[in-house]
Design a protein around this ligand. Structure first.
Ligand code: GTR
Length: 445
């Protein structure tokens, strides 16, 4: 329940605070609290561009020693591993690799799904191969009759695979899900089928010649404080260890790990082209998609929608959500060390433009929404822009905009970007841009 309620509550409170101009420094801001209707408290948020204090971003092309990165080779061999280690140590935590004994079993296949437009497969991924071990179900749709192997979008969903399309053949997730439409006592019912269909646009994706693979993020870790004990993370706790060490993975690390396990599975499917898999996610799962793509270079493309703080938005920019706020409200998302920067974000050895840079030279698309100020659309654009020198060093065109593009004016250079009109969500418009971007950068095998 917690995950969904918090998600909704914060969107609301973030919205209520829009327009509040508070003349104060960052330090003062952290001390201030403002009561909200839901009965909780919300740190005062800055939504006033003129109040953003100046900040200096770390240069992705300068080594920790101060030495400049002057070649693609130096980036790949020296700076990239250094940055990856910093993100692991201070923000998302270290994750384990592929577990031994993992198994994939196709538990359902339909060659005539969605009125004959699709092939639908459901694959049980058993992470340890043990009978009672943790598992996730990967739902796959492939366009029927399209010449394969096919390019794919892969993303985690919030409420169970059955919410992705109103397709009676999708297995209803039997585990804990957040309260919401068609959910009774944290168990999904038939009524939840297709509840998130507008966020997935399955038919549109298939009609454009792409497949879609998705799994429920709660199969990897349910999204609440203490969810670790029903998470794959608990498999890796050492005897007498009840919490991960300060540099070990949080829930975002676990969800990203799950995406890599889904990729392990896709690699075994003859209908899928594993060199053309785009990892996609929205909001907290947009943060997850970036972290998955940064670590796992098998993902050919990364699409991050409204990812905000801890995603594509610059942490050092005081606008919308802050590091302190996210660590306070969602302490299980990041690693323990990240909390050390709650009151001194400028001491963070990295910032989010360097997360984007870790994906280079692979195409990355940063989608934002004009009313989603909590996620700081400008901060996401500035991060994309500050990642561009790395993309250019690696021989790509970087980001084809020097100023924030207008509403609904997508940019489709190797770093892609758009500012959609409207609120925090994934819409048909967003998917059209993701598909256009994929057509430019991933269509040809
Ligand atoms: C918000 C959170 C954001 C974003 C969002 C979501 O409450 O503050 O960072 O991730 O939830 O995932 O829906």
């Amino acid at each position: 329940m917690r995950g969904k309620i918090l998600r909704r509550r914060f969107l609301k409170t973030g919205g209520l605070a829009v327009g509040s101009a508070f003349l104060m420094s960052c330090e003062q801001q952290e001390e201030e609290v403002k009561p909200v209707a839901a009965g909780g408290t919300l740190k005062v948020v800055n939504y006033d561009e003129s109040k953003v204090p100046s900040y200096t971003l770390p240069n992705p092309l300068v080594m920790a020693s101060g030495q400049r990165v002057t070649s693609a080779r130096m980036w790949v061999e020296k700076r990239r591993p250094q940055l990856l280690k910093l993100f692991q140590t201070y923000e998302y935590g270290r994750s384990p690799g592929r577990p031994r004994g993992m198994t994939f079993h196709v538990i359902s296949a339909d060659m005539n799904a969605l009125g004959g437009k699709a092939i639908r497969k459901q694959v049980l991924i058993n992470f340890t191969g043990k009978k009672d071990g943790p598992r996730m179900t990967l739902l796959m749709y492939l366009p029927k009759g399209a010449p394969g192997p096919l390019p794919m979008f892969l993303g985690l969903n919030f409420d169970g695979n059955q919410t992705v399309a109103a397709d009676p053949g999708i297995i209803i997730n039997p585990g804990w899900v957040a309260e919401g439409w068609g959910v009774i006592d944290h168990r999904a019912t038939d009524a939840s089928r297709g509840d998130a269909a507008c966020r997935w646009q399955v038919e549109k994706i298939l009609a454009r010649g792409y497949g879609l693979a998705t799994a429920y993020y709660g199969d990897i870790e349910p999204d609440y404080n203490g969810g670790i004990h029903s998470s794959v993370r608990s498999l890796y706790l050492r005897p007498r260890q009840s919490e991960p060490a300060p540099d070990e993975w949080g829930a975002i690390g676990a969800w990203a790990w799950g995406l890599s396990r889904a990729m392990d599975c896709l690699e075994t499917d003859k209908n899928v082209d594993p060199r053309r898999v785009a990892v996609m996610g929205h909001s907290r799962l947009g943060k997850t998609a970036l972290w998955a793509g940064a670590q796992d270079t098998r993902f050919a493309m990364v699409i991050s929608n409204d990812s905000g703080e801890g995603g594509a938005a610059l942490s050092r920019r005081w606008f919308g959500e802050t590091v302190k706020s996210i660590n306070t409200h969602f302490p299980w998302w990041f690693c323990g060390n990240f909390k050390k920067f709650n009151n001194d974000v400028n001491a963070l050895p990295v910032d989010q433009h360097e997360l984007i840079a870790l994906i280079a030279p692979r195409p990355v698309y940063i989608a934002t929404a004009a009313d989603d100020l909590w996620a700081d659309p400008t901060g996401m654009f500035l991060a994309a822009k500050a990642a561009a020198p790395v993309y250019q060093l690696l021989g790509t065109d970087g980001l084809g905009a020097t100023k924030m593009p207008g509403i609904d004016q997508p940019v489709t250079t190797t770093i892609g970007f758009h500012l959609r009109c409207g609120p925090h969500n994934v819409t048909a418009y967003d998917w059209e841009q993701f598909l256009n971007f994929a057509d430019v950068h991933m269509k040809a095998s």
